[in-house]
Design a protein around this ligand. Structure first.
Ligand SMILES: [Zn+2]
Length: 283
């Protein structure tokens, strides 16, 4: 499932193709994905110029010259394919139409952007740009983890008194937007904090200390995604999935990589999701 760094990588990959370009035609091959598409979506996209491509949490937002904003969510398995344009050092010819190509945009200059989503948990919606922040999917979100509003004082205040595991608190999109299971595991490992500890039991310093680690983990992953774009070798022009090097996620039974630690990575299930951690150095 794409997490924030993957979504940011997709946004960066789409930017040179979409920003400033006009959508010459939009083909919508079904009525919706997770939810129905907005009425007349193809007509509302056709002829619009993309003025800016932004990201909020795991949503890509394309501000259009028509005064509307297109919201794109990749869901569980959504993929963006670019063809007919230069991507990194590579040019991908238009592929044959494939199953699960749900939305196809032909962009000025010859590029084609295809939204393919086999599991159909993705979403697209259109709303007035002026009130985009009030969209039901966006209005509930806490601050961006890489933004200025997210700082140590804020996080310490939000975790204070909370009787839920710190893992669950960091996954709570009202507290901080866009953090997913993988990166929360990585952050807690770097912080030497066990995922099952109650959020309210963290000292203010421990809570505040999570903020720079969250930024560090996400920034490293975004940088890795950026190099995957620059050094683009995938055959089909697909954006956003790249090789990760996780330090604790998915490493159950292997040696902890913390310097000097002799522990072994363990896995527990919290709220139906796997938490990987080192019982030795995460207290
Ligand atoms: Zn350890």
């Amino acid at each position: 499932m794409p997490e924030l760094p993957e979504v940011e990588t997709v946004r960066r990959g789409l930017e040179p193709v979409l920003t400033g370009g006009r959508i010459l035609s939009a083909r919508v091959n079904r009525e919706g994905l997770r939810w129905p598409f907005p009425e007349g979506m193809a007509d509302r996209l056709t002829g619009a110029r993309v003025d800016a491509l932004r990201r909020r949490s795991k949503y890509i937002l394309a501000d259009l010259s028509t005064g509307e904003t297109l919201l794109i969510h990749l869901g569980m398995s959504g993929r963006m394919l670019i063809s007919g344009a230069q991507l990194g050092g590579f040019h991908h010819d238009h592929p044959a139409p494939a199953k699960h190509d749900h939305v196809v945009l032909e962009v000025e200059g010859g590029a084609r952007v295809t939204f393919n989503d086999a599991r159909r948990f993705g979403a697209m919606d259109l709303m007035p740009t002026a009130t985009a922040g009030a969209h039901p999917l966006l209005a509930v979100l806490g601050p961006e983890p890489l933004g200025n509003a997210f700082d140590g004082d804020y996080l310490a205040a939000r975790l204070k008194g909370r009787r839920t595991p710190v893992k669950a608190a960091l996954l709570d999109q009202h507290i901080v937007a866009g953090l997913g299971n993988i990166y929360v595991c990585e952050v807690l490992w770097r912080a030497h904090i066990a995922p099952a500890r109650l959020a309210g039991d963290l000292s203010p310093d421990e809570a505040a200390g999570l903020v720079p680690l969250i930024r560090e983990v996400l920034t490293e992953a975004i940088d890795a995604g950026g190099s995957s774009l620059k050094d683009y070798r995938q055959a089909d022009g697909e954006l956003g999935y790249f090789q990760h090097s996780f330090r604790v996620y998915d490493r159950e039974g292997q040696n902890c990589l913390a310097p000097g630690c002799t522990g072994t990575v363990a896995r527990i299930v919290q709220s139906g999701r796997s938490s990987f951690f080192c019982p030795h150095c995460q207290g």
